[in-house]
Write a protein that binds this ligand. Structure first.
Ligand code: HEC
Length: 212
C-alpha cells in the first residue's frame, strides 16, 4: 500500500508538472536544457554596435570586395580583382567543359609559349604549395599533413585514375572550382588563371614521378 501512495504521488506530481502550468504566462526566460542556437552573439539589423569606432552595426562591404556571382556587364575583372567565380561565363577556360564533356589540355586563353608555360608551372607550384599541399602532399601523393589529423581518403595524384588519360584537365578544373566528395571547392579564392597553373603543376608532378 505504501508503494501505491508513493507511485500515486509521483504520477500526480508528473501530471501537474507537465500539464499544470500550461497556458500561464511567465516573465522569466524558460529553462533551456538544450540551448541549441537560441542565443547568438550577433548584430541585429539596424542596431548599434559599440565594437566599431563609429558605433554603427550595419557595415559597408570591405573595400575591394565583391558579391559572389556578380558579373553584370560580363566583366572578367572587377575593381582590379581577377576573375574568381563570377558565374555566367562559358567556354573551356571558365568551366573546364567543352560542350557536355570535360576538355583536356591548357586553354587557348592562356596563350602559352614555351617561356610562359614555364612561368605558369612556377606559379602553379607556388599556388599548389599554398592551397593543395596541406592535404595532397608536396609531391602529390596524398600524404599531406592533414591526413595525420584525420582528413580521410585524400586523393593520390600518382594513381592512374588521376592521370590525364583518365582524368582530363577540365575535370580537375571543376574539382578545384566546386570541390568533390570530401573535398571543398576553392573557386572562391583561387582565380581562374591560377587554377590552370595548379593543374599544369599537378601534371608536372605526375610526369616527374615517372621519370627514370
Ligand atoms: C582539406 C584538404 C584538401 C585540400 C586543401 C585539397 N584537397 Fe583535393 N581532395 C581532398 C580529399 C579528401 C579528396 C578525396 C575526395 C573524395 O573522393 O571524396 C580530394 C580529391 C581531389 C581530387 C580527385 C577528385 C575526384 O574526382 O575523385 C583532385 C583532382 C583534387 N583533390 C585536387 C586538389 C587540388 C588541385 C587542390 C588545391 C587547389 C586540392 N585538391 C586541395 C582533400 C583536399
Amino acid at each position: 500500500m505504501r508503494y501505491f501512495f508513493l507511485a500515486y504521488a509521483l504520477v500526480a506530481l508528473l501530471v501537474v508538472g507537465l500539464l499544470g502550468v500550461r497556458g500561464q504566462k511567465f516573465t522569466k526566460p524558460p529553462v533551456r536544457v538544450f540551448p541549441d542556437m537560441d542565443n547568438q552573439d550577433k548584430v541585429k539589423a539596424q542596431s548599434a554596435d559599440p565594437f566599431f569606432a563609429d558605433g554603427r552595426g550595419a557595415r559597408l562591404p570591405v573595400n575591394q570586395t565583391q558579391p559572389r556571382g556578380l558579373n553584370e556587364a560580363g566583366a572578367q575583372s572587377i575593381g582590379g580583382i581577377p576573375e574568381y567565380e563570377f558565374g555566367g561565363q562559358t567556354g573551356y577556360y571558365y568551366t573546364g567543359h567543352v560542350g557536355d564533356y570535360f576538355g583536356s589540355g591548357m586553354p587557348e586563353e592562356l596563350k602559352l609559349t614555351e617561356e610562359s608555360a614555364l612561368s605558369l608551372i612556377e606559379r602553379g607550384k607556388e599556388r599548389y604549395g599554398i592551397y593543395c599541399a596541406v592535404c595532397h602532399g608536396q609531391s602529390g601523393d596524398g600524404q599531406g599533413i592533414t591526413g595525420q589529423y584525420g582528413v580521410p581518403g585524400i586523393a593520390n595524384f600518382h594513381l592512374d585514375t588521376f592521370k590525364p588519360a583518365s582524368y582530363p584537365d577540365g575535370r580537375m578544373f571543376e574539382t578545384i572550382t566546386v570541390g568533390k566528395g570530401m573535398m571543398g571547392g576553392y573557386g572562391y579564392n583561387i582565380p581562374v588563371n591560377d587554377r590552370w597553373a595548379i593543374i599544369a603543376y599537378v601534371r608536372t608532378l605526375q610526369t616527374a614521378k615517372e621519370a627514370k
